[in-house]
Design a binder for this molecule. Structure first.
Ligand code: SAH
Ligand code: SF4
Length: 434
């Protein structure tokens, strides 16, 4: 079935969604669909949605309503991803602008549903791993490669296990072949993706074994990172592989969520603060200077001032380079949505603000320590401001260079001149000036 339809696609949410959009594009283009940059030129509009917090959900539905009412010739409107899975076909009733609602396991059906102009909600769980689909990567020289999909952890606040289904890992050989190909094509950075990459398992291959194989397959000129790591499943072998291989970035995102053991237990996280700190110690011992980031939720039900104070202490003690801080958002159907002790919105917000203030100071202090130092960076593309380029460090920091014109994918050594939070400004040391 070859179609000549023009599509526009927009993505909300995490890197998993960004890569799912690349997979969707792969599926559509294989059937003859062609992309357009302006939704006004599209015959099909696809929105890839995020359900992790209420705000994300409201935004994507608002965008659908806005796009649905904008054009005279109404395009086929498709809602993909986690919100689609969460509410399914009932969205078609409430949001008349939507024609097709498709969950994360059903994207292979999209060309058929669109060309038939069905009005349908499709939300089966199919244990899909999209093997054989050629993702349309848009972020050269950075690429995502999925290693596992779904999540079995059921953290009590989280909707992901409900909307993305059970954990499944892709075959090692196909992951390694994909990374090797990307490396050969000049990709400077590959990020292995999964909701909990540390629980990767395919036959006898666990995550440390996979990471080693990927590091060896990709060669020195491709950096490897991975996200997300669950602290309970981060094992010493993974840390050893990270330390051993030069091309594995010395950077880790390790969501802690709270600094209180009581709250961690209510969250069903499966570790204590002491165990978490032990992992941080292990990482820093094996890789001094490793760049660490985390996620924290403020205002979980039952979080007392004292519990919250422990989270503040944890941020002060670990001194993460960066942190993604959220206020708790109740997601219906999750275990936490029935918990007693829900906190008023103002308390959640006020705690979030306090965490932000503390982390901002730490981020600024730690970034400031890089000023004057020389770092290797990967040029990723033009910055928003004309005449500037964006680069990344192995620690995933952004560095802006002025007045350079290197091809994306070039590795350079730069001197950090100034830091503004997570963004840094660099210049070329004289030895490598053009
Ligand atoms: N699998 C990953 C990502 C999950 S979603 C992980 O385990 O880290 C990304 C982050 O969103 C989580 O780490 C958590 O901090 C936050 N989050 C998830 N559900 C939330 C909720 N109901 N309210 C607020 N933040 C939430
Ligand atoms: Fe959600 Fe926990 Fe799974 Fe992460 S590990 S996706 S926070 S349930």
């Amino acid at each position: 079935m070859i179609s000549d339809m023009r599509y526009f696609i927009d993505v909300y949410g995490c890197q998993m969604n960004v890569h799912d959009a690349e997979i969707i594009e792969g599926i559509l283009r294989a059937e003859g669909f062609s992309p357009v940059d302006d939704p006004g030129d599209a015959q099909v509009i696809l929105l890839v949605s995020c359900a992790v917090r209420e705000h994300a959900e409201t935004r994507v539905l608002g965008r659908a309503a806005q796009l649905g009412g904008m054009f005279k010739e109404s395009p086929v409107m498709v809602l993909c991803g986690c919100v689609a899975q969460e509410h399914g076909a009932e969205l078609l009733e409430k949001h008349r602008e939507l024609d097709i609602v498709v969950g994360p396991d059903c994207y292979r059906e999209l060309p058929r549903l669109i060309t038939e102009r069905s009005r349908v909600g499709l939300t089966d769980f199919r244990n899909e791993d999209y093997e054989g689909i050629q993702a349309v990567r848009k972020e050269f020289p950075r690429a995502y490669v999925t290693v596992m999909r779904g999540c079995d952890n059921f953290c009590s606040y989280c909707i992901v296990p409900f909307v993305r289904g059970r954990e499944r890992s892709r075959p090692r050989d196909s992951i390694v072949a994909e990374v090797r190909r990307l490396s050969y094509l000049g990709y400077g950075e590959v990020t292995l993706l999964g909701q909990n990459v540390n629980s990767y398992r395919f036959g006898k291959i666990d995550f440390p074994a996979l990471l080693r194989d990927v590091a060896l397959a990709s060669g020195e000129r491709t950096w490897i990172r991975f996200v997300t790591s669950h602290p309970k499943d981060l094992v010493r072998e993974t840390v050893e592989v990270m330390a051993e291989h030069r091309n594995v970035c010395k950077q880790l995102h390790l969501p802690v969520q709270s600094g209180s053991d009581g709250i961690l237990q209510l969250m069903n996280r499966g570790y204590t603060v002491g165990e978490y700190l032990e992992k941080i110690r292990m990482l820093r011992e094996a890789m001094p200077g490793i760049v660490l980031s985390t996620d924290v939720i403020a205002g979980f039900p039952g979080e007392s001032e004292e519990d919250f104070g422990r989270t503040v202490e944890l941020l002060e003690e670990v001194r993460f380079d960066y942190a993604f801080l959220f206020k708790y958002s109740e997601r219906s159907g999750t275990a936490a949505s029935g918990l007693e002790g829900a906190l008023p919105e103002e308390v959640r917000l006020e705690r979030l603000n306090r965490l932000q203030e503390i982390q901002r100071r730490i981020t600024v202090e730690k970034s400031g320590m890089l000023v004057g130092r020389e770092l290797e960076v990967l040029v990723t593309g033009p910055a928003r401001r004309p005449g500037q380029q964006v680069c990344r460090t192995p620690g995933n920091r952004t560095v802006i260079l002025k007045g350079t014109d290197y091809a994306p994918g070039t590795f350079l050594n730069v001197r950090i001149e100034k830091a503004d939070g997570w963004t840094h400004f660099g210049s070329l040391p004289e030895s490598c000036e053009k």
